[in-house]
Design a binder for this molecule. Structure first.
Ligand code: GAP
Length: 502
């Protein structure tokens, strides 16, 4: 016991011995930590895994739920004119004809005949350009980038991409072979059978985005809720895409979760609403604790917009794999409602009573992947530090997102300490996610919860039994304070409120 107390005393002044080692330089570190600590596992791992499909473990499910709740609160509770829906994953197959997904939700693919591996043709060229840049061949890289950017203007898109690959002798990254098939368009939607018989007409798709569940319910919501344009409908839920290049952990998955909001506005006010949502959304990313310098906007060039979009911008995050999209904000015009009106034969226009006029509203969409957002939170929180010559891995995430928010420890396994620790746990459990831990040295317990991102740890020791105090230890700077047991809840509340990323 004496030794443990010495260790704690030493830790009271530990900030002096603490130095920053590194930020995250590779996604592999997150993959390892996620598996080791029970955030994210490969799906069906004991059978060798299922590619680009992942399961969330005990810590991961809490983190994901906290992010989903933070998004929901922001997008519905904080906006009196946004309501929620929860549409089914299966939808009428005509929905996907109307939305353009049956005809146009394709990626250009090319197969390596030798390894039988399939690649996205445009990404293959992009990787080749990156390599040229790395090798200092910038002129050639710029020339190829221009050719890639103008693909589809010389012959067809697939033929132009094929020509770039062949003329530049781009080899397959895995086999090194130069033995390609033609480039073909590959639809990303999963199709399955509906009902007992399996005729072509029974085929339904697993939704590739949640947005269409909002559009087909727009009239239902309008007729049953007290909303008027401008108003929004929010939804979170699973989406499925048969991604071909899906090798970056939960960044690109075949089954993933989206958090989408469609905001219906009067035509003519759409540009203003689009700009307002851009600012609101990047503000939210910062409020959930993502460092400002790791976020940026990337506008889609006008000639590269999706078929439905008048304007589009990505919120990008600086992942270890480079700047990548986390969220898309789109001005979808009246494309979706007009299409569904035409395909369903049902009127989807809006009668503006004040102005006494009818119109089909324009839609501003905000669309973020929950899994990709979870990955962003993990990447941004990850730190390696050196403490007294030892490596500390810590997740400095926003306390409100942390899967375990408070650790409660009796210093050693003695009934008096256990009893007070259990009482503190019981007091906090209604408001926070709390983990009681009495296994191993106190230092090991801190380290375990540092890796889980736990912002506050409460330790009960013998001195505290005398004067009704405990030690609260803060994750980010490892500072410790002696506080009265009655002040624990307030200290945690203040710590939550006052937190900012360091
Ligand atoms: N309704 C519009 C829409 O779906 P998107 O840009 O295709 O737009 C929106 O997707 C977001 O969904 C992306 O910014 C990304 O965060 C997430 N997402 C898309 N495909 C994904 C995938 N295969 N795996 C994980 N997240 C994905």
């Amino acid at each position: 016991m004496y030794q443990i107390l010495i260790f704690c005393a030493h830790f009271n002044s530990v900030t002096k011995y603490f130095c920053f080692m590194s930020n995250l330089d590779s996604l592999d570190k997150i993959v390892s930590l996620a598996k080791a600590r029970g955030f994210i596992f490969q799906s069906s791992e004991i059978y060798g895994g299922l590619s680009a499909v992942y399961d969330y473990g005990p810590l991961g499910v809490e983190l994901k739920r906290n992010i989903r709740n933070a998004w929901w609160k922001e997008m519905t509770q904080r906006h009196s004119n946004i309501v929620g829906v929860d549409a089914a994953i299966f939808m009428h197959p005509r929905v996907w004809e109307a939305s353009g997904h049956v005809g146009g939700f394709n990626d250009p693919m090319i197969d390596d005949k030798q390894s039988k591996k399939r690649y996205r043709a445009d990404m293959l060229i992009e990787q080749y350009i990156l390599k040229l840049e790395k090798d200092g061949k910038t002129e050639k890289a710029t020339e190829l980038q221009e050719l890639l950017d103008t693909s589809g203007t010389r012959k067809s898109l697939t033929e132009d991409l094929y020509d770039i690959i062949i003329e530049n002798e781009i080899k397959a990254p895995d086999s090194g072979a130069f033995d390609w098939t033609e480039v073909r368009q590959f639809n990303l939607m999963f199709k399955t059978q509906f009902g007992a018989t399996s005729s072509e007409e029974d085929g339904v798709y697993l939704r590739p985005e949640t947005a269409q569940g909002i559009f087909v319910n727009y009239k239902n919501v309008l007729d049953t809720s007290r909303v008027a344009v401008p108003f929004g409908i929010a939804q979170t839920g699973k989406a499925f895409r048969n991604e071909v290049v899906a090798r970056q952990f939960v960044f690109r998955m075949r089954e993933f979760e989206q958090m989408e909001m469609q905001f219906f506005v009067e035509p003519g006010t759409d540009a203003e609403a689009y700009n307002a949502w851009k600012e609101k959304r990047i503000g939210w990313h910062q409020r959930i604790g993502i460092r400002k310098e790791n976020l940026r906007f990337a506008d889609h060039p006008q000639d590269k917009l999706a078929h439905y979009a008048l304007a589009a911008v990505d919120v990008q995050y600086q992942f270890p794999i480079g700047w990548q999209e986390v969220e898309g904000i789109h001005n979808r015009s009246d494309f979706d409602l007009t299409q569904h009106q035409e395909f369903s034969g049902k009127k989807l226009d809006y009668f503006d009573q004040k102005a006494n006029k009818r119109y089909v509203p324009y839609v501003i969409e905000t669309s973020i992947g929950l899994d990709r957002c979870t990955l962003m939170v993990l990447c941004d929180a990850y730190r390696e530090e050196e403490v007294n010559g030892e490596k500390r891995t810590v997740l400095k995430m926003h306390p409100e997102l942390a899967p375990v928010q408070v650790g409660v420890f009796p210093l050693i396994k003695k009934p008096e300490l256990q009893e007070l620790a259990r009482k503190i746990e019981a007091d906090l459990i209604e408001d926070y996610s709390v983990q009681y831990d009495e296994a191993g040295s106190i230092g090991k317990r801190y380290r375990r919860l540092d890796e889980a991102g736990t912002p506050f740890c409460i330790t009960v020791d013998f001195d505290g039994l005398e004067d009704n105090t405990v030690t609260i230890r803060y994750r980010d700077d490892m500072s410790q304070e002696r506080i009265s047991v009655d002040k624990v809840a307030d200290a945690i509340k203040d710590g939550m409120k006052g937190w900012s990323p360091s």
